[in-house]
Design a protein around this ligand. Structure first.
Ligand SMILES: [Zn+2]
Ligand SMILES: [Zn+2]
Ligand SMILES: [Zn+2]
Length: 216
C-alpha cells in the first residue's frame, strides 16, 4: 500500500510525533503523512493538491513485537477520504460519487478498522447470498439516488450505503441483526461487518464463495 501512495504522491513523507508511553507500555503518537498528489491513484485522476494528514497512532506491545493501530473513528476516516476527493462532501452524499476511484481494500480496512489484521467475526460463517440483480435500494422511493448500494449477505436485502441520506443498509442491520454487507458493485470485493466493525478484503469473499460453491 505504501508503494501505491508513493506512486500517487512521489514526494510523500511520513513522520511520527509526540510519542508518549502509557503504563501498559502502549506508545501513542501522531503519524503525519504529507505529499502532493500528482499521479493517478487507484483510478482517480491526480488533484495536484498538497495534502497533510495527522493520524492518531497507537503501538501496543505484544510479546517482543508491537501491534500498530490507527485510532480513527468512522467520521475521521470519511473526512480523510473526503479531503482527497474520493468521497463526496456531506451536502452531496445523495449524488453519485464525483471521482471514479476504486479505493484499495487494504486502505479501507486500515482507515475504518484501524488495523491491518483481520478482526474476529462469527458472522462470516452465516453468509448465504453473494450476488443480486437488484440495482436500487429496497427501502428508498423509486426516484431516489445514493452514492452506493450494499447487499445483505444473510438475506439478500439491498440498501443504500452509510454515506447516503437514509442509510437503509445500516437500518436493515439494526432491525434484523444481519451484520454482513458487501458493495453491490461486483468489481468491489470487500465485506463489512456492522457488529464487529470488521472489514475483510476480497480474498475472504472468495473463501466464502468457495464454501457456497459459486463465484465471488
Ligand atoms: Zn461479524
Ligand atoms: Zn435507501
Ligand atoms: Zn438481511
Amino acid at each position: 500500500m505504501a508503494a501505491a501512495w508513493k506512486a500517487a504522491a512521489p514526494d510523500l513523507r511520513a513522520s511520527l510525533d509526540a510519542a508518549a508511553q502509557s503504563e501498559d507500555g502502549t506508545v501513542s503518537g501522531e503519524l503525519t503523512l504529507e505529499g502532493t498528489w500528482t499521479e493517478e491513484w487507484w483510478g482517480a485522476p491526480p488533484s495536484g493538491e498538497h495534502y497533510r494528514f495527522g493520524l492518531p497512532l497507537n503501538a501496543r506491545p505484544r510479546g517482543d513485537r508491537y501491534a500498530f493501530e490507527i485510532a480513527l473513528d468512522t467520521p475521521g476516516a470519511l473526512a480523510i477520504l473526503r479531503e482527497l476527493g474520493l468521497v463526496n462532501p456531506p451536502d452531496e452524499m445523495h449524488l453519485p460519487g464525483r471521482t471514479p476511484a476504486q479505493i484499495d481494500d487494504f486502505l479501507l480496512k486500515l482507515l475504518f478498522t484501524g488495523q491491518a489484521g483481520d478482526k474476529a467475526c462469527a458472522h462470516l460463517a452465516e453468509a448465504r447470498v453473494l450476488h443480486t440483480d437488484v440495482d436500487a435500494c429496497d427501502d428508498c422511493p423509486p426516484d431516489a439516488i445514493w452514492p452506493a448500494l450494499r447487499l445483505c449477505l444473510t438475506c439478500g436485502h439491498v440498501g443504500c450505503c452509510d454515506t447516503s441520506v437514509e442509510k437503509h443498509a445500516k437500518a436493515h442491520w439494526e432491525s434484523t441483526g444481519h451484520a454482513l454487507i458487501r458493495s453491490i458493485r461486483l468489481d468491489e470485493g470487500w465485506i463489512w461487518c456492522y457488529e464487529d466493525n470488521a472489514l475483510f478484503e476480497k480474498r475472504v469473499l472468495e473463501r466464502v464463495a468457495a464454501r457456497l460453491g459459486g463465484a465471488a
